[in-house]
Design a protein around this ligand. Structure first.
Ligand SMILES: [Zn+2]
Length: 199
């Protein structure tokens, strides 16, 4: 228990991206037709595919595709712990360089190196959180179930620390209906489920 608490304390922070096209007049930060092409250069391809599929199947009119080449990618996923530490501190698990579509250039997601390997509940949760930022979602404060909680273990539906591939049940609230509502507000659609576990 103490060990778990210690691990949780080390792994909890997911800080807000600091690069945000929030200046008035920068235009629409939504992705055309809700389609985002993501190239994984981190080696966490299965994790990114799992998280992308959760959003694509969420009921919001979004499609996140993990593509095979960086040539036409909108967003590139990388690991770089040194850069991650500089961008958002030593406790940070992931970082997105923009909220919504960047006004120019390719977006980046930086994932913590120790989230690599086969998908597990925490790594998929972090990937879904960063993809939420890519879609245009901001953090959701408070303890209500949300994959956009700024701290992975502050939310009522916090990810399991299991080292095994996530079960469907473990991903039931990734994203949570409240998150899908925000995405549907941007792109249309409606939450496909209102799972009572995701309150
Ligand atoms: Zn975040």
């Amino acid at each position: 228990m103490l060990v778990l608490v210690g691990v949780a304390a080390i792994l909890t922070f997911l800080l807000a991206p600091r690069v945000f096209p929030a200046v008035a007049g920068t235009g629409d930060a939504r992705w055309p037709q809700g389609v985002v092409n993501v190239y994984d250069a981190s080696g966490m391809t299965d994790t990114m595919i799992t998280a992308a599929q959760r959003w694509t199947d969420s009921g919001a009119n979004v499609t996140i595709r993990i593509v095979r080449s960086d040539e036409n990618a909108d967003v590139i996923v990388r690991t770089d712990d040194k850069r991650l530490r500089e961008l958002c501190g030593g406790d940070c698990l992931g970082y997105s360089t923009s909220i919504g579509r960047p006004s120019d250039g390719t977006g980046e997601i930086i994932m913590r190196e120790n989230l690599g390997g086969d998908p597990r509940p925490l790594s998929v949760w972090v990937a879904a959180h960063e993809l939420g930022h890519v879609l245009g979602l901001h953090h959701r404060d408070g303890h209500d179930c949300s994959v956009m909680s700024p701290r992975a273990f502050d939310t009522r539906c916090a990810p399991s620390l299991a080292a095994t591939r996530p079960t469907l049940s473990e991903l039931a609230c990734v994203p949570a209906p409240a998150d899908v509502d925000v995405a549907a507000g941007l792109y249309g659609g409606a939450a496909a489920t209102r799972d009572p576990r995701c309150r």
